[in-house]
Design a protein around this ligand. Structure first.
Ligand SMILES: C[S@@+](CC[C@H](N)C(=O)[O-])C[C@H]1O[C@@H](n2cnc3c(N)ncnc32)[C@H](O)[C@@H]1O
Length: 341
Protein backbone atom coordinates (compact mmCIF):
# COMPACT_ATOMS: atom_id res chain seq x y z
CA UNK A 1 0.00 0.00 0.00
CA UNK A 2 1.47 3.40 -1.01
CA UNK A 3 0.18 6.65 0.43
CA UNK A 4 -0.01 9.20 -2.34
CA UNK A 5 -1.15 12.73 -2.98
CA UNK A 6 -2.06 14.05 -6.37
CA UNK A 7 -1.86 17.70 -7.37
CA UNK A 8 -4.44 18.96 -9.83
CA UNK A 9 -5.84 22.18 -11.32
CA UNK A 10 -7.88 24.39 -9.01
CA UNK A 11 -11.54 23.63 -9.76
CA UNK A 12 -10.92 20.10 -11.06
CA UNK A 13 -10.32 18.37 -7.73
CA UNK A 14 -13.55 16.33 -7.94
CA UNK A 15 -12.81 15.25 -11.52
CA UNK A 16 -9.32 14.04 -10.58
CA UNK A 17 -10.62 12.35 -7.42
CA UNK A 18 -13.22 10.54 -9.50
CA UNK A 19 -10.62 9.42 -12.01
CA UNK A 20 -8.41 8.16 -9.19
CA UNK A 21 -11.33 6.39 -7.54
CA UNK A 22 -12.02 4.58 -10.82
CA UNK A 23 -8.73 2.67 -10.46
CA UNK A 24 -8.95 -0.61 -8.61
CA UNK A 25 -7.19 -0.71 -5.23
CA UNK A 26 -7.52 3.02 -4.51
CA UNK A 27 -8.90 4.54 -1.32
CA UNK A 28 -9.45 8.30 -1.47
CA UNK A 29 -8.55 9.77 1.93
CA UNK A 30 -9.08 13.48 1.39
CA UNK A 31 -9.94 15.94 -1.35
CA UNK A 32 -8.49 19.39 -0.60
CA UNK A 33 -7.48 22.52 -2.43
CA UNK A 34 -5.69 21.30 -5.62
CA UNK A 35 -4.81 18.08 -3.78
CA UNK A 36 -6.17 14.56 -3.41
CA UNK A 37 -4.72 12.21 -0.79
CA UNK A 38 -5.17 8.51 -1.47
CA UNK A 39 -3.88 5.08 -0.54
CA UNK A 40 -3.04 2.78 -3.44
CA UNK A 41 -2.33 -0.93 -3.61
CA UNK A 42 -2.32 -1.53 -7.38
CA UNK A 43 0.41 -1.58 -10.02
CA UNK A 44 2.46 1.63 -10.22
CA UNK A 45 2.11 1.72 -14.01
CA UNK A 46 -1.68 2.16 -13.72
CA UNK A 47 -1.54 5.08 -11.30
CA UNK A 48 1.07 6.80 -13.48
CA UNK A 49 -1.40 6.56 -16.37
CA UNK A 50 -3.85 8.97 -14.68
CA UNK A 51 -4.79 11.66 -17.20
CA UNK A 52 -6.40 14.51 -15.25
CA UNK A 53 -3.89 14.97 -12.42
CA UNK A 54 -0.87 17.23 -12.86
CA UNK A 55 1.51 15.35 -10.64
CA UNK A 56 1.63 12.49 -8.17
CA UNK A 57 3.69 12.19 -4.98
CA UNK A 58 4.45 9.53 -2.40
CA UNK A 59 3.39 11.05 0.92
CA UNK A 60 6.37 11.67 3.20
CA UNK A 61 4.98 13.85 5.97
CA UNK A 62 2.26 16.28 6.97
CA UNK A 63 3.31 19.20 9.15
CA UNK A 64 0.99 21.57 10.97
CA UNK A 65 1.40 25.01 12.50
CA UNK A 66 3.96 26.32 9.98
CA UNK A 67 3.34 30.03 10.33
CA UNK A 68 4.13 33.01 8.16
CA UNK A 69 7.03 34.30 10.32
CA UNK A 70 10.61 33.73 9.25
CA UNK A 71 11.17 31.43 12.23
CA UNK A 72 9.21 28.84 10.23
CA UNK A 73 12.28 28.35 8.00
CA UNK A 74 14.25 26.86 10.91
CA UNK A 75 11.23 24.68 11.77
CA UNK A 76 11.03 23.43 8.19
CA UNK A 77 14.75 22.60 8.26
CA UNK A 78 14.40 20.77 11.58
CA UNK A 79 11.34 18.78 10.47
CA UNK A 80 13.07 17.83 7.20
CA UNK A 81 15.91 16.24 9.18
CA UNK A 82 13.37 13.64 10.35
CA UNK A 83 11.99 12.74 6.91
CA UNK A 84 12.07 9.04 6.15
CA UNK A 85 13.24 9.17 2.54
CA UNK A 86 14.33 5.58 2.05
CA UNK A 87 11.04 3.76 1.73
CA UNK A 88 9.73 6.37 -0.71
CA UNK A 89 12.99 6.26 -2.70
CA UNK A 90 12.51 2.47 -2.95
CA UNK A 91 9.05 2.99 -4.49
CA UNK A 92 10.31 5.78 -6.78
CA UNK A 93 13.14 3.42 -7.83
CA UNK A 94 10.56 0.94 -9.14
CA UNK A 95 9.53 3.50 -11.77
CA UNK A 96 13.07 4.02 -13.06
CA UNK A 97 16.45 3.04 -11.67
CA UNK A 98 18.04 5.59 -9.36
CA UNK A 99 21.80 6.08 -8.95
CA UNK A 100 23.39 4.94 -5.70
CA UNK A 101 23.47 8.57 -4.59
CA UNK A 102 20.72 10.23 -6.63
CA UNK A 103 20.37 13.92 -7.40
CA UNK A 104 17.34 15.69 -5.94
CA UNK A 105 15.46 18.95 -6.29
CA UNK A 106 12.92 20.63 -4.03
CA UNK A 107 9.84 22.48 -5.21
CA UNK A 108 7.40 24.38 -3.08
CA UNK A 109 4.25 26.36 -3.52
CA UNK A 110 2.08 28.05 -0.96
CA UNK A 111 -1.33 29.51 -0.36
CA UNK A 112 -1.40 32.36 2.18
CA UNK A 113 0.98 35.28 2.81
CA UNK A 114 4.44 34.53 4.22
CA UNK A 115 7.51 36.55 5.29
CA UNK A 116 9.81 34.19 3.41
CA UNK A 117 10.20 33.16 -0.19
CA UNK A 118 9.90 29.87 -2.07
CA UNK A 119 13.68 29.91 -2.60
CA UNK A 120 14.26 30.21 1.14
CA UNK A 121 11.91 27.27 1.77
CA UNK A 122 13.79 25.18 -0.79
CA UNK A 123 17.17 26.03 0.78
CA UNK A 124 15.95 25.17 4.29
CA UNK A 125 14.59 21.79 3.21
CA UNK A 126 17.35 20.92 0.72
CA UNK A 127 20.07 21.55 3.32
CA UNK A 128 18.43 19.08 5.70
CA UNK A 129 17.88 16.42 3.02
CA UNK A 130 21.46 16.71 1.87
CA UNK A 131 22.63 16.31 5.46
CA UNK A 132 20.61 13.14 6.14
CA UNK A 133 20.97 11.45 2.74
CA UNK A 134 24.19 12.66 1.15
CA UNK A 135 22.23 13.12 -2.09
CA UNK A 136 23.35 15.95 -4.37
CA UNK A 137 20.99 18.94 -4.51
CA UNK A 138 20.10 20.42 -7.90
CA UNK A 139 18.20 23.67 -8.14
CA UNK A 140 16.43 22.62 -11.38
CA UNK A 141 13.56 20.13 -11.19
CA UNK A 142 14.21 19.05 -14.81
CA UNK A 143 17.50 17.24 -14.38
CA UNK A 144 17.12 15.79 -10.89
CA UNK A 145 16.30 12.12 -10.33
CA UNK A 146 14.16 12.79 -7.27
CA UNK A 147 11.82 15.70 -6.63
CA UNK A 148 10.68 16.60 -3.14
CA UNK A 149 7.53 18.72 -3.15
CA UNK A 150 6.17 20.94 -0.37
CA UNK A 151 2.55 21.83 -0.87
CA UNK A 152 1.86 24.53 1.70
CA UNK A 153 -1.71 25.47 2.48
CA UNK A 154 -1.78 28.20 5.11
CA UNK A 155 -0.28 26.52 8.21
CA UNK A 156 -0.41 22.96 6.83
CA UNK A 157 2.44 21.48 4.82
CA UNK A 158 2.11 18.31 2.75
CA UNK A 159 5.46 16.82 1.82
CA UNK A 160 5.91 14.28 -0.93
CA UNK A 161 8.39 12.62 -3.28
CA UNK A 162 7.38 12.58 -6.95
CA UNK A 163 6.42 9.06 -7.98
CA UNK A 164 7.29 9.45 -11.64
CA UNK A 165 10.35 10.75 -13.44
CA UNK A 166 8.55 13.94 -14.46
CA UNK A 167 5.21 15.65 -13.73
CA UNK A 168 2.29 13.67 -15.17
CA UNK A 169 0.88 16.63 -17.11
CA UNK A 170 4.09 16.83 -19.16
CA UNK A 171 3.22 14.52 -22.00
CA UNK A 172 6.02 13.44 -24.31
CA UNK A 173 3.83 14.15 -27.37
CA UNK A 174 3.63 17.87 -26.61
CA UNK A 175 6.48 19.00 -28.83
CA UNK A 176 4.92 21.97 -30.63
CA UNK A 177 2.99 24.72 -28.86
CA UNK A 178 0.66 27.54 -29.85
CA UNK A 179 -0.26 30.55 -27.68
CA UNK A 180 -2.93 29.47 -25.20
CA UNK A 181 -2.17 25.79 -25.65
CA UNK A 182 -3.96 23.73 -23.05
CA UNK A 183 -2.40 21.70 -20.26
CA UNK A 184 -3.02 18.05 -21.26
CA UNK A 185 -4.45 17.21 -17.82
CA UNK A 186 -7.12 19.90 -18.26
CA UNK A 187 -7.88 18.60 -21.77
CA UNK A 188 -8.37 15.12 -20.27
CA UNK A 189 -10.69 16.59 -17.62
CA UNK A 190 -12.83 18.28 -20.31
CA UNK A 191 -13.26 14.91 -22.02
CA UNK A 192 -14.26 13.27 -18.73
CA UNK A 193 -16.77 16.03 -18.07
CA UNK A 194 -18.28 15.40 -21.49
CA UNK A 195 -18.62 11.70 -20.70
CA UNK A 196 -16.57 10.80 -23.80
CA UNK A 197 -16.18 7.03 -24.22
CA UNK A 198 -13.93 4.90 -26.37
CA UNK A 199 -15.30 4.57 -29.91
CA UNK A 200 -17.25 7.85 -29.81
CA UNK A 201 -16.39 10.79 -32.07
CA UNK A 202 -14.92 13.98 -30.64
CA UNK A 203 -14.60 17.25 -32.53
CA UNK A 204 -12.45 20.23 -31.54
CA UNK A 205 -13.25 22.96 -34.09
CA UNK A 206 -10.50 25.31 -32.76
CA UNK A 207 -7.87 22.68 -32.05
CA UNK A 208 -4.67 24.77 -31.71
CA UNK A 209 -1.80 22.35 -31.02
CA UNK A 210 -4.30 19.47 -30.84
CA UNK A 211 -4.13 18.70 -27.13
CA UNK A 212 -7.82 17.85 -26.66
CA UNK A 213 -7.88 15.70 -29.79
CA UNK A 214 -4.75 13.77 -28.84
CA UNK A 215 -6.07 13.14 -25.33
CA UNK A 216 -9.33 11.96 -26.90
CA UNK A 217 -7.58 9.65 -29.37
CA UNK A 218 -5.43 8.21 -26.60
CA UNK A 219 -8.60 7.48 -24.64
CA UNK A 220 -9.86 5.48 -27.64
CA UNK A 221 -12.18 8.09 -29.17
CA UNK A 222 -12.28 8.94 -32.88
CA UNK A 223 -10.88 12.48 -32.99
CA UNK A 224 -11.28 15.13 -35.63
CA UNK A 225 -10.70 18.84 -35.68
CA UNK A 226 -9.18 21.87 -37.26
CA UNK A 227 -8.01 25.42 -36.88
CA UNK A 228 -8.02 28.56 -38.99
CA UNK A 229 -4.29 29.16 -38.39
CA UNK A 230 -1.88 27.15 -40.55
CA UNK A 231 0.79 27.33 -37.81
CA UNK A 232 -1.62 25.81 -35.27
CA UNK A 233 -2.48 23.00 -37.64
CA UNK A 234 1.20 22.29 -38.21
CA UNK A 235 1.73 22.14 -34.43
CA UNK A 236 -1.23 19.77 -34.11
CA UNK A 237 0.22 17.55 -36.85
CA UNK A 238 3.64 17.46 -35.16
CA UNK A 239 2.09 16.53 -31.80
CA UNK A 240 -0.22 13.94 -33.37
CA UNK A 241 2.74 12.23 -35.00
CA UNK A 242 4.64 12.26 -31.70
CA UNK A 243 1.62 10.74 -29.95
CA UNK A 244 1.35 8.08 -32.67
CA UNK A 245 -2.41 8.54 -33.01
CA UNK A 246 -4.64 9.02 -36.04
CA UNK A 247 -6.56 12.33 -36.14
CA UNK A 248 -8.45 13.91 -39.01
CA UNK A 249 -7.06 17.50 -39.01
CA UNK A 250 -8.16 20.26 -41.36
CA UNK A 251 -7.60 23.94 -42.00
CA UNK A 252 -11.03 25.53 -41.60
CA UNK A 253 -13.15 28.27 -40.13
CA UNK A 254 -15.02 26.94 -37.08
CA UNK A 255 -17.99 29.11 -38.07
CA UNK A 256 -18.47 27.10 -41.29
CA UNK A 257 -17.61 23.47 -40.63
CA UNK A 258 -17.60 21.05 -43.59
CA UNK A 259 -19.57 18.52 -41.53
CA UNK A 260 -23.11 17.18 -41.68
CA UNK A 261 -25.69 17.98 -39.02
CA UNK A 262 -25.43 15.57 -36.07
CA UNK A 263 -22.12 14.17 -37.39
CA UNK A 264 -20.22 14.00 -34.07
CA UNK A 265 -20.94 12.64 -30.59
CA UNK A 266 -19.09 15.34 -28.66
CA UNK A 267 -17.66 18.78 -29.26
CA UNK A 268 -14.89 19.60 -26.79
CA UNK A 269 -12.97 22.82 -27.23
CA UNK A 270 -11.23 25.72 -25.62
CA UNK A 271 -12.28 28.68 -27.64
CA UNK A 272 -9.99 31.58 -28.55
CA UNK A 273 -9.67 33.98 -25.62
CA UNK A 274 -9.65 37.72 -26.00
CA UNK A 275 -6.27 38.40 -24.43
CA UNK A 276 -4.37 35.39 -25.69
CA UNK A 277 -5.66 34.77 -29.15
CA UNK A 278 -6.74 37.28 -31.73
CA UNK A 279 -10.01 36.57 -33.45
CA UNK A 280 -10.82 38.42 -36.62
CA UNK A 281 -14.28 39.67 -35.74
CA UNK A 282 -15.97 41.02 -32.63
CA UNK A 283 -15.99 38.25 -29.92
CA UNK A 284 -19.77 38.31 -29.39
CA UNK A 285 -20.43 37.64 -33.07
CA UNK A 286 -17.66 35.06 -33.33
CA UNK A 287 -18.99 33.14 -30.32
CA UNK A 288 -22.54 33.28 -31.60
CA UNK A 289 -21.56 31.87 -34.99
CA UNK A 290 -19.30 29.17 -33.54
CA UNK A 291 -21.99 28.13 -31.04
CA UNK A 292 -24.56 27.78 -33.80
CA UNK A 293 -22.20 25.59 -35.77
CA UNK A 294 -21.29 23.40 -32.78
CA UNK A 295 -24.94 22.89 -31.97
CA UNK A 296 -25.62 21.90 -35.58
CA UNK A 297 -22.91 19.24 -35.86
CA UNK A 298 -23.42 17.52 -32.50
CA UNK A 299 -25.64 14.43 -32.46
CA UNK A 300 -28.98 14.20 -30.68
CA UNK A 301 -27.39 12.30 -27.75
CA UNK A 302 -24.19 14.31 -27.76
CA UNK A 303 -22.47 16.81 -25.49
CA UNK A 304 -20.66 20.10 -25.93
CA UNK A 305 -17.90 20.99 -23.43
CA UNK A 306 -16.37 24.44 -23.67
CA UNK A 307 -13.56 26.12 -21.77
CA UNK A 308 -13.69 29.89 -22.04
CA UNK A 309 -13.01 33.15 -20.26
CA UNK A 310 -16.13 34.59 -21.87
CA UNK A 311 -18.90 32.25 -20.57
CA UNK A 312 -21.65 34.84 -20.99
CA UNK A 313 -21.10 34.81 -24.74
CA UNK A 314 -21.88 31.09 -24.97
CA UNK A 315 -25.39 30.38 -26.12
CA UNK A 316 -26.60 26.97 -27.28
CA UNK A 317 -30.39 27.40 -27.15
CA UNK A 318 -31.15 23.90 -28.42
CA UNK A 319 -29.09 22.32 -25.63
CA UNK A 320 -29.25 22.11 -21.84
CA UNK A 321 -26.48 23.52 -19.64
CA UNK A 322 -25.77 20.61 -17.28
CA UNK A 323 -22.80 22.02 -15.37
CA UNK A 324 -20.69 25.12 -15.01
CA UNK A 325 -17.49 25.51 -13.00
CA UNK A 326 -14.58 27.89 -12.65
CA UNK A 327 -10.98 26.74 -12.83
CA UNK A 328 -7.64 28.56 -12.51
CA UNK A 329 -5.63 28.53 -15.68
CA UNK A 330 -2.60 30.56 -16.79
CA UNK A 331 -3.06 32.64 -13.64
CA UNK A 332 -6.59 33.61 -14.60
CA UNK A 333 -10.09 32.28 -14.10
CA UNK A 334 -11.73 30.29 -16.86
CA UNK A 335 -15.10 28.61 -17.02
CA UNK A 336 -16.01 25.12 -18.16
CA UNK A 337 -19.56 24.78 -19.49
CA UNK A 338 -21.06 21.36 -20.23
CA UNK A 339 -24.15 21.08 -22.44
CA UNK A 340 -26.28 18.08 -23.32
CA UNK A 341 -29.19 17.75 -25.74
C1 LIG B 1 -7.13 28.70 -27.09
S1 LIG B 1 -6.54 28.14 -28.65
C2 LIG B 1 -6.77 26.41 -28.59
C3 LIG B 1 -5.62 25.75 -27.92
C4 LIG B 1 -5.70 24.25 -27.98
N1 LIG B 1 -6.76 23.71 -27.16
C5 LIG B 1 -4.36 23.64 -27.58
O1 LIG B 1 -4.29 22.89 -26.61
O2 LIG B 1 -3.35 23.97 -28.22
C6 LIG B 1 -7.80 28.66 -29.74
C7 LIG B 1 -7.53 28.35 -31.21
O3 LIG B 1 -8.65 28.85 -31.97
C8 LIG B 1 -8.14 29.14 -33.26
N2 LIG B 1 -9.13 29.95 -33.99
C9 LIG B 1 -9.36 31.29 -33.93
N3 LIG B 1 -10.35 31.62 -34.78
C10 LIG B 1 -10.75 30.48 -35.40
C11 LIG B 1 -11.71 30.17 -36.39
N4 LIG B 1 -12.49 31.10 -36.92
N5 LIG B 1 -11.84 28.88 -36.79
C12 LIG B 1 -11.06 27.90 -36.26
N6 LIG B 1 -10.11 28.14 -35.34
C13 LIG B 1 -9.95 29.40 -34.90
C14 LIG B 1 -6.82 29.84 -32.97
O4 LIG B 1 -6.00 29.81 -34.13
C15 LIG B 1 -6.30 29.00 -31.79
O5 LIG B 1 -5.39 28.02 -32.25
Amino acid sequence: MINLFAVTTRGLEDVSAEEMASLPAVRIDEVGYRRIAAAYAGPIKSVLALRTVDDLFIRLAEWHGIGHHRAALATLHQLSLDLDLWQAAGVRGQVSRLSASPTFSVSANFVGRRNYTVDEIKQAVAGAIQAISGWAYQTGDQESEINIRLFMEHEQVYVGMRLGERPLYKRAYKQAHVPGSLKPSVAAALLRLGGVRAGETVLDPCCGAGTILIEAAQAGAVAQGGDSAAAALEAAQTNTRAAEVEIDLRLWDARRLPLDAGAVDHVVSNLPWGRQIKIEIEPARFYQEVCQEMQRVVSSRGSVVLLTTLPRLIDLPAMRLTSERTISLFGQQATILVFAR
